[in-house]
Design a protein around this ligand. Structure first.
Ligand code: ADP
Length: 162
C-alpha cells in the first residue's frame, strides 16, 4: 500500500490546497493531510480550527484520506506512519528554491521517501494562505479562493478587529 502525506500549515485551507489534495489522492492508496505544528510561526487559526477545516472538506464515508497534526521532523513522522511519498505544491519559481532545499534535506535524512511536486493549477497559482488572510483582513472578496466556511471563519476572525 502506497501511503502519501501532504504536509503544510493550512492557515487557512485554500482552494489551491484542495486541488493538490484531490490530485494527490489519485497517486496513493492512503493520503495523510498533516498540519505541521511550527512554534516559529504565529498562526491565525489554532491547530484544532485548521483540523476542523480539513475534516469538513476532506472526510467522507470510506475515504482514503485522514487528517492529523504533528510536531517534530516530517521524515520521522513519515517513518512512523509508513509514508513513502511527500506531496508538495509548486506555484511559481519563488516556491521552487525553498521547496527544493527542503526536498533535498528530506532525501538526505530519509533516502527511501520521495517528494512529489504537483504544479498548481493556473487559476490558483497566485493563491496563498498569507495573501488570502491579508485580503480578508481588509474586507476584500475571497469567496472564489477558499471554501465557504473558511471564508466565514475568516470574516468572523477579522470582524472583531475592525
Ligand atoms: P507551508 O508552511 O508548509 O508552506 P502551506 O499551507 O502554505 O504550508 O502550503 C503547503 C503546501 O501547499 C506547500 O507545498 C505549498 O507550496 C502548497 N500550496 C499552497 N498554496 C497552493 C496553491 N494555491 N496551489 C498549489 N499548491 C499550493
Amino acid at each position: 500500500m502506497r501511503i502519501g502525506i501532504y504536509p503544510g500549515s493550512f492557515d487557512p485551507l485554500t482552494n489551491g490546497h484542495l486541488d493538490i489534495i484531490e490530485r494527490a489522492k489519485q497517486i496513493c492508496d492512503r493520503l495523510i493531510i498533516a498540519i505541521a505544528k511550527n512554534s516559529a510561526k504565529q498562526p491565525l487559526f489554532t491547530v484544532q480550527e485548521r483540523l476542523e477545516m480539513l475534516e469538513r472538506c476532506c472526510h467522507c464515508e470510506g475515504s482514503s484520506v485522514e487528517t492529523v497534526a504533528f510536531e517534530g521532523l516530517l521524515v520521522d513522522f513519515c517513518r512512523a506512519q509508513g509514508v513513502s511519498l511527500i506531496f508538495r505544491g509548486l506555484r511559481a519559481i519563488v516556491d521552487f528554491e525553498y521547496e527544493y532545499a527542503i526536498a533535498l534535506m528530506n532525501k538526505k535524512l530519509a533516502p527511501g521517501i520521495e517528494t512529489v511536486f504537483l504544479m498548481a493549477q493556473s487559476e490558483y497559482s497566485f493563491v496563498s494562505s498569507n495573501m488570502v488572510k491579508e485580503v480578508a483582513s481588509y474586507g476584500g472578496d475571497i469567496t472564489s479562493l477558499v471554501p465557504q466556511f473558511v471564508n466565514e471563519m475568516l470574516q468572523h476572525r477579522f470582524s472583531g478587529r475592525k
